[in-house]
Every structure is written in C-alpha cells, then in structure tokens.
Design a protein around this ligand. Sequence first.
Ligand SMILES: NC(=O)c1ccc[n+]([C@@H]2O[C@H](COP(=O)([O-])OP(=O)(O)OC[C@H]3O[C@@H](n4cnc5c(N)ncnc54)[C@H](O)[C@@H]3O)[C@@H](O)[C@H]2O)c1
Ligand SMILES: O=c1ccn([C@@H]2O[C@H](COP(=O)(O)OP(=O)(O)O[C@H]3O[C@H](CO)[C@@H](O)[C@H](O)[C@H]3O)[C@@H](O)[C@H]2O)c(=O)[nH]1
Length: 480
Amino acid sequence: MVKICCLGAGYVGGPTMAVIAFKCPNVEVVVVDISVARIAAWNSDQLPIYEPGLDDVVKQCRGKTLFFSTDIEKHVSEADIIFVSVNTPTKTRGLGAGKAADLTYWESAARMIADVAKSDKIVVEKSTVPVKTAEAIEKILTHNSKGINFQILSNPEFLAEGTAIQDLFNPDRVLIGGRETPEGQKAVQALKDVYATWVPEDRIITTNLWSAELSKLAANAFLAQRISSMNAMSALCEATGANVSEVAYAVGKDTRIGPKFLNASVGFGGSCFQKDILNLVYICECNGLPEVAHYWKQVIKINDYQKSRFVNRVVSSMFNTVSGKKIAVLGFAFKKDTGDTRETAAIDVCKGLLGDKAKISIYDPQVTEDQIQRDLSMNKFDWDHPIHLQPMSPSAVKQVTVTWDAYEAAKGAHGVCILTEWDEFKQLDYKKIYDNMQKPAFLFDGRNVVDPVKLREIGFIVYSIGKPLDAWLKDMPAMI
Ligand SMILES: NC(=O)c1ccc[n+]([C@@H]2O[C@H](COP(=O)([O-])OP(=O)(O)OC[C@H]3O[C@@H](n4cnc5c(N)ncnc54)[C@H](O)[C@@H]3O)[C@@H](O)[C@H]2O)c1
Ligand SMILES: O=c1ccn([C@@H]2O[C@H](COP(=O)(O)OP(=O)(O)O[C@H]3O[C@H](CO)[C@@H](O)[C@H](O)[C@H]3O)[C@@H](O)[C@H]2O)c(=O)[nH]1
C-alpha cells in the first residue's frame, strides 16, 4: 500500500488529502501539522475550516484511509510520497520584504524530511512557491545525503475556497512538473497514478519543474488581472452612466474572453492573489525585468484603489464624515462559502471607516468575533503565518461590535456596507432593515448582490459598484 504524508493541515492540505483518501482506497494518507490544536480539530466533529462538502468526505474515510496526526517524524519516515503544503507568506522583513515569499516553513520542513528519511522519497511541492524553489529544496534534501534518493515534484494546487471539494473532485487540470531524468519521470508517473484514479488522463498535464512552478503564479496573476480589469472599468462606469454588469456580460460573451471571473467588487481578497502576484513581481525584478514587474504590480494597485474608492464613497456620501455614526458591515470573509478572512477587502474597508471614527457592527455567518478582532488589530501579512504563531490576545478594537444577525447589525445604523456576496444577503427583508435605520439610510453594495432600483423604492440612498449612481452621489468625486 502506498503511503502518503502531507505536511500542513490547512485549507489546501486538509481538503486535498481528504479527497485523495476518499478516491484512492488503496492509499494510506496521513496529514500532519505542527499545530496541535489544528490536528485535534481535524480529529473532532468541528473541522478547523468551513468548506461545503468537506465534512462528508472526511467522515467517510477518517480512521480508515485518512489520518490526522502530530507525529510528524514517524509518518514522514514511513511515507513514499510526501506532500508539503505549508504556509508560504509574504516576507515582512529583510531582503524582499513586502514582496518575496517567506520560505521559512518550507525550509524547516525540508530539513526535517532530510533528517528523518531512511528510504527513497518523492517530495511534492503543493504550496505555491517561487519558480526555481525545487532547486533550493533539492540542495537542502541532499545536504546530508545518506544515499537516499529524493525526487522533487511540483504539483501546485488550483482549488478555490468555498468550492474546494467540487474543484478537487473535478479539476480543470492537475499539473505535475518533474525532472526530465528517468528517475524524475518515474516519480511523475507515480504521482500521476494517484490522480488518475479519478481524474481523466487528458486533464493531467506533465511539464518540467520550472513550468509547473511558474504556471501557478501565472494562473493566479491572470485571474486577479481579470478582476482588476473589471474593477478599473467599474470606476469608469460610475463616471459615465454605464452599468458594469452589462459591460461584463457583453465583453464575456466573446468566446475568446469568456464569462467567468468578471464580477466587479470591492476588491479581491484571499490568501493567494496578492501574495502570489507580489512574489511574481519580485521574481521579475530579480531577473532584471522591471517593465514586466511593473505590469503585474498594477493589478494590486488597482485592487488597493478599489478598496479606497469604496471607503471614499461611503464617507463622502454620508456628508463627508462617519465619525460617531454606526455602520453595519454585512460579510467579513473574503468571499462567500468560507470562513477565511485572509486579505479580505473587509479588513481594509473597516480600517478605513475606523480611521474616520465610525462605529462598526459586523455580521458574517461564518466568521467569529475573535477572528474579526484579530484581523483588525493584526499587522499586514501576519495572518498568513501558522495560526499558533499569530498574535494571541489582540487588544479588542472598541468601536467594533460583532453580531450573529444581519438585522441586529443594521439596527440604528446610518449606513450598511455589503462586503461579502453571501447568498443570504440577497434574501434579507430590506424594508425591515430600512425601518430600523437612521434616516437618510445609506446602503453601499460592494458585491452587487442587491437590486439598487428596488432598494431606492424602499427609500435607501444606494451605491452599487460600477452601477449608475444615485442622484445624491452623482456630483461627488470617486476619490478625493
Ligand atoms: N488557500 C488556498 O485556497 C490555496 C490554494 C492553492 C494553493 N495554496 C497554497 O498552499 C499553501 C498552503 O496554504 P493554506 O491556505 O493551506 O495555508 P494554511 O495556513 O491554512 O495551512 C498551512 C499549515 O501548515 C502548517 N505548517 C507550517 N509549517 C509546518 C511544518 N514545518 N510542518 C508541518 N506543518 C507545518 C501550519 O501550522 C498550517 O496549519 C500556500 O503556499 C498557499 O499559497 C493555497
Ligand atoms: O469575478 C470575480 C471573482 C472573484 N472575485 C474575488 O476574488 C477573490 C478570490 O476569489 P477566488 O479566486 O474564487 O478564491 P480563492 O480561494 O482565493 O482562489 C484563488 O486562489 C487560489 C490559491 O492560489 C487558487 O488555487 C485558485 O485557483 C484561485 O481562484 C475573492 O475575494 C472574490 O470575491 C471578484 O471580486 N470577482
């Protein structure tokens, strides 16, 4: 029986390994982590991450072919294939700070593998890493060579949170990069055999190591670029009276462009897009390609602009100040169907409003008060480190309250901001919300989930990203 060990029981390691265990009854899969609390949660009824469909998959194979453990060295030494799915956050200090990937966790994982391995291993890069990382990893793995053969593969993960199980069951493609030597190709085949249990052969792409590593960064850059392109258009739509949803539909009907990933929003978030583009920018700079670096950096700049533009719309429409006013924030996660808040646009928007002394009342169906307080008091990029290394007891931000009900959050508020596209926000009784708010009642839709025409009929002053502006907002500048 093939034994797989995965280092890192996070958003990628957990679901990916659960699906491999589910689909491959002849493979034993053990997921290990340095966080005792995380492993305990994986072994409990309350999994550490919220992901539709994940509970079922885990319950069906946990204790049979799927195991979660903190005994890292034992399982690494026994495994044939070791996936490394640890954090690769943005460096916060030293060379490349604010851009380069911090490979501390990866390096310590590789050193540990080298130390405890007693037999040949296939080591798989599952984390997103800079191109050429495999070369560095090879050096570390073979530094105290005991005659053990290590084959490094790059097998980047393309799942999106909120649809992880669906994406893993039915991936657009699985990408495997390996050395072009006979041993390298044998390792590629061994990993291909695992995926081929459920993924059609023509969707398993094999490339050289560097193409696989770079393709992951390129894919995220392309996806994020579509959103920034649409968000840039949304600003122009507001200035001209065009409707960004109509523009996106018309543009996306071109089969060369396609309809997906063209939703204008308050800004993209998540642990990947910004981190991976910054990483790409840094690699371009290091390779003497400043023009290419500048091109991709613009995707992040437009995203930052979009978040500031939103805050600006809120403050300027509410008579140029939100000081002392209650603002309800509906949605804090970086997208619907996840409890993940890493790099969520909500952090920047809330911080912007707090900067103008607003009182904020937040409701999100999946994010806890502790997480929100932590996010609003943490330094940028801290949230990308393993949870047990993040600040423990944040000093609560006093002007922020967290409720478990959208109506409660909006009670007595001067304005409502929708920051995550949770389906339930489409079904809310906005008349009831309006009746319980201060007047004039403002609604700022950062996700285009509500119908602005219907809300205006109720009495709201409405701002929807990229949609024709309310008469009240028309003469106000997008940015001051
Ligand atoms: N989140 C996503 O949707 C997604 C999708 C594709 C790729 N990725 C990439 O996958 C990687 C992991 O992302 P994630 O979202 O799962 O992160 P995560 O923070 O949820 O999980 C990483 C886990 O690794 C553990 N860890 C760190 N060092 C370790 C070590 N030496 N040994 C064992 N465990 C260790 C941490 O405690 C943590 O639980 C990143 O490189 C990310 O860019 C993420
Ligand atoms: O049209 C769109 C689509 C998405 N978003 C936002 O973009 C962010 C990222 O969304 P999404 O890509 O769906 O989620 P992630 O889980 O961050 O997944 C991305 O990042 C992962 C980590 O690398 C990759 O594996 C996935 O392929 C890639 O989609 C979220 O804030 C979304 O709300 C928009 O604003 N408009």
